[in-house]
Design a protein around this ligand. Structure first.
Ligand code: C2O
Length: 476
């Protein structure tokens, strides 16, 4: 089996594209790359011409299954499909390598994809939509390769506390005879993801969000899901998965993102009050080109992917797994965003030390304090969402968010490149449950303060104040 491997040197191997190399000058909808210098592991797609608009889909709706619930026959289909995809030459836009590179290209690890119209598919509103479109075409290619249009991708439902270990089909056998295996992972085949990062409390706080922006991001910042659990799983699986430019070279990537997509679907469809779509005002003229299962170069728009079932012809099984007992989405009166003011967060170096200077606290009005405390004492859970946290370029890994020394959540920043760097500052959202520290945090004279310190894979960085543009409190 020809298992694609990225160069261990990442950025040091470059592919010099030239117009003579063919195709690069006719990137329909993409900027010309004739003189661009792009790392080999995320070369751009080289389409045959301008994309044709996606024509819609009228196949029968099929169910995407949990990767934990695959029959032997389904697993064989999945393995055969990936084996066939890996067997295609890299020059074929449907090949495993080309599929992985499409993600690498758009992720910004290569620079140019960031600049394309609609570019930037992480840490902004495009995150859920672009990845949904990408999986859709990927899934159709896999189905075509095994001659089965009913084929649908499985999801790795890490939101189920019993499913924190990678699904066994992706790890066993642990050799290149298994098309779902990837030998670069840091997470062991039988090691669960740390429950602290992906758990029912995290999911409950996320599902309690009722507005799109904190959930799914806006033009200036990613939403909560993208940070934790999404980024957390990337960093903890590690290896190729640990950097955006290589992540899609691991088949577990697609099962991971299938579950991210399922979280969106559940949030949108299964909660009360009904959750909104992203505001159409964000879309502009955004359209993303992909190869379809027939090697046609087609473009799909954000509005084409909002209803996964009606438009893209799949549905999900499996209910929401939430912290129990889960209260019924009673949103406290202080859910209203705080008046817009900067919420500075202390950024700590390892070993931790306190940055001197003006005390970076977030202001909470006395009546807000008493409402929060009353709700907490009445048994509600309390979460704080910080939107648009600016994370400096070059910072990546798992970073603890602490309140008075106690870890209350994480920032999980996936680097663009395997060498751990990011090409640009990141704007993220973190929603952290603070029920356990609410008494202290919201006591009459407390100055609520958060500190960040690198944990697993956290890279060293100079102490800088992080800034969040907005904070809000949710009681649920
Ligand atoms: Cu485009 Cu999970 O990454």
């Amino acid at each position: 089996m020809d298992q694609p491997r990225r160069s261990g040197l990442g950025r040091e191997r470059f592919l010099r594209l030239s117009a003579a190399a063919g195709g690069a000058a006719v990137l329909g909808g993409l900027p010309r790359s004739a003189s661009a210098t792009v790392p080999l592991h995320c070369a751009p797609p080289t389409p045959p011409g301008p994309p044709t608009p996606w024509a819609g889909d009228s196949r029968a709706i099929q169910t995407r299954p949990s990767a934990y619930a695959l029959s032997a026959a389904y697993l064989t289909k999945l393995q055969n499909a990936y084996a066939a995809m890996r067997a295609l030459p890299a020059t074929d836009g449907r090949s495993f390598r080309a599929q992985a590179n499409i993600h690498g290209w758009w992720c910004g690890g290569c620079g140019d994809g960031m600049m394309a119209p609609g570019g930037g598919i992480h840490y902004k509103w495009t995150f859920f939509l672009w990845h949904r479109a990408y999986l859709y075409f990927h899934e159709k290619i896999l189905g075509k390769l095994i001659g089965d249009p009913t084929f649908r991708l499985p999801y790795w439902d890490w939101d189920n506390p019993a499913h924190l270990v990678m699904p066994s089909g992706f790890t066993t056998p642990g050799s290149s005879s298994n098309s779902l295996y990837n030998g670069t992972r840091a997470l062991g085949a039988s090691t669960p993801l740390p429950a602290a990062g992906v758990n029912a409390a995290t999911m409950s706080a996320i599902y309690a969000l009722t507005a799109w922006d904190p959930f799914g991001g806006n033009p200036g910042s990613g939403g909560a899901v993208e940070n934790q659990p999404h980024g957390y799983v990337h960093v903890m699986v590690g290896g190729d998965m640990g950097a955006f430019s290589t992540a899609a070279q691991d088949p577990i990537f697609y099962a991971h993102h299938c579950n991210v997509d399922r979280v969106w679907a559940h949030w949108k469809d299964n909660l009360t009050p009904a959750r909104p779509n992203p505001p159409p005002g964000y879309f502009g003229s955004t359209a993303w080109p992909f190869y379809d299962e027939n090697k046609n170069w087609v473009s799909i728009k954000p509005s084409d992917v909002l209803d996964h079932e009606a438009q893209l012809r799949y549905r999900y099984t499996g209910g929401l797994i939430l912290r129990t007992p889960f209260p019924h989405f009673t949103i406290g009166p202080f859910r209203t965003p705080f008046p817009l003011h900067t919420v500075p967060i202390i950024y700590q170096q390892l070993p931790p030390f306190t940055i001197p200077g003006p005390d970076p606290v977030f202001r909470v009005l006395p009546e807000q304090r008493s409402k929060v405390l009353a709700s907490a004492r009445a048994g509600q859970r309390i979460a704080i969402g910080f939107q648009n946290i600016t994370i400096p370029q070059g910072v990546s890994g798992i970073i603890d968010i602490r309140s008075d020394g106690q870890v209350i959540g994480y920032l999980a920043i996936v680097p663009d490149s395997p060498d751990g760097t990011s090409m640009h500052p990141i704007h993220a959202t973190a929603v952290v449950e603070v029920t356990a520290v609410a008494e202290r945090m919201f006591a009459a004279n407390a100055a609520p303060k958060l500190t960040l310190s690198p944990q697993a894979g956290g890279r060293q960085f100079a102490p800088v104040p992080l800034r969040a543009a907005q904070a809000h409190i949710v009681a649920f």
